[in-house]
Design a binder for this molecule. Structure first.
Ligand SMILES: [Zn+2]
Ligand SMILES: [Zn+2]
Length: 317
C-alpha cells in the first residue's frame, strides 16, 4: 500500500508530530472529506513569515543585515531555479547525488516546501499548462489563485509521487520532502545564533540575532517566494510570446533578472528540456551561466541543448 495514502489514526502526540512530518499530516483524515478545502493550520508559518517582516520596525537595519538578506536571496533563488526547477523538474543536466541534496536543502530553506513536492507540481504544470489539470494557471481571473492560493488546499499539499518515477526512490530526497521544515528552521536558528555572536564579538557591525532573523530570513524568504511565484502568475499573463506554445506563457525580461533566468518563461515552455532558458545572447540567464561555470569545474554535466533552443533568434519578441 502507498504509505502516503493510508489513513493514520490520530493518537495523543499526533498533532505535535504532524507539525514536522508531512507524510503523517497527509495521512490524517480530512474533515468532511473535502480535498479542496483550505488547510488554515498549515498556513500559519506562511502568515508568520510575512508578519515577521514588520519586525524591521523594531530591529532596524544596517549594511551587514542588508547584505545577508541579499546573499540569502541570491543563494536560495539559484537553488530554486537550478536544482528544484532545472534539475529535479526537468533533469536538464546531470549532477552527483550529494550535490543535488545540498542544492535541494538550500532550496528547501526558502520554505517553498520539499524537493519532490515542488518538482511533482511543476511537472504537472507542464503537462497541463493553462488547461484542465494545471494546479496554478492564472487564466480566467485566477491571478491570486495562481500566485498564492493554489497550494493551500489538501489536494495540493500532497506530493504526487506518480509524477516522479525517476526520483521517488532517492531516500535522501524522500526524507527532505517529508521533513522539509528542517531546512528553513535550521537557517533561522543559525541566523539568530550568528547575530548574537556578532553582537558581542563584532559590535561595529551593529547587528543582533533578531535583526538577522528579520532580514536574513523573513524579508529575504518573502522576497524569494513572491518573485518565484510571479513566474506562475505574472509570466502566464504579461509579456511577449515569441513562440507559439499551447499555453499562455510569456517572456518578461525584468522578471528574468530577478529570477536568474526564469522570466524567459515562453522560451522555457517552448523547450522545457533546455538547461539554458535565455536563448539569445542578450537574454540574461544567470542560473545558466553559473551552471555552465560549474561544468568547467567538473561539478555538473549539462545535457546538450535541444536543436530548437540552439537558435540565437526567436522570431522578434
Ligand atoms: Zn509555466
Ligand atoms: Zn519548467
Amino acid at each position: 500500500m502507498n504509505p502516503r495514502s493510508a489513513i493514520h489514526k490520530p493518537g495523543v502526540l499526533t498533532p505535535l508530530w504532524a507539525l514536522v512530518d508531512n507524510d503523517l499530516r497527509d495521512r490524517l483524515p480530512v474533515k468532511g472529506g473535502d480535498e479542496d478545502a483550505i488547510e488554515w493550520p498549515r498556513l500559519v508559518p506562511f502568515f508568520v513569515l510575512h508578519l515577521g517582516c514588520l519586525g524591521a520596525i523594531w530591529t532596524g537595519v544596517g549594511w551587514f543585515a542588508a547584505a545577508v538578506c541579499l546573499a540569502l536571496y541570491g543563494l536560495r533563488m539559484f537553488a530554486i531555479t537550478a536544482v528544484y526547477h532545472r534539475y529535479l523538474s526537468h533533469r536538464s543536466y546531470d549532477a552527483p547525488r550529494w550535490l543535488v541534496f545540498l542544492g535541494a536543502w538550500t532550496a528547501a530553506a526558502a520554505a517553498q516546501r520539499g524537493p519532490l513536492w515542488w518538482a511533482a507540481h511543476h511537472r504537472r504544470h507542464h503537462r497541463h499548462a493553462d488547461q484542465e489539470g494545471d494546479s496554478h494557471s492564472p487564466l480566467n481571473g485566477r491571478f491570486w489563485w495562481s500566485h498564492v492560493a493554489w497550494f493551500t488546499t489538501r489536494r495540493n499539499f500532497r506530493t504526487d509521487l506518480s509524477q516522479l518515477p525517476d526520483l521517488r526512490d532517492r531516500a535522501e530526497l524522500r526524507w527532505l520532502d517529508r521533513f522539509d521544515v528542517a531546512a528553513p528552521l535550521s537557517l533561522l536558528v543559525a541566523l539568530y545564533v550568528l547575530g548574537e555572536i556578532l553582537a558581542v564579538q563584532a559590535p561595529s557591525l551593529e547587528t543582533s540575532g533578531w535583526q538577522l532573523v528579520v532580514w536574513g530570513f523573513c524579508v529575504s524568504t518573502t522576497l524569494v517566494f513572491h518573485v518565484t511565484s510571479m513566474v506562475n502568475s505574472v509570466c502566464h499573463l504579461f509579456g511577449a510570446r515569441p513562440w507559439q506554445t499551447k499555453d499562455d506563457s510569456r517572456n518578461l525580461p525584468w522578471l528574468a533578472v530577478l529570477t536568474f533566468g526564469e522570466g524567459w518563461h515562453n522560451n522555457h515552455h517552448y523547450c522545457p528540456g533546455s538547461v539554458r532558458q535565455g536563448f539569445r545572447w542578450w537574454q540574461f540567464d544567470l542560473s545558466f551561466y553559473i551552471l555552465w561555470t560549474m561544468e568547467r569545474f567538473g561539478l555538473v554535466k549539462l545535457r546538450p541543448l535541444p536543436a530548437r533552443a540552439r537558435v540565437d533568434g526567436a522570431r522578434s519578441a
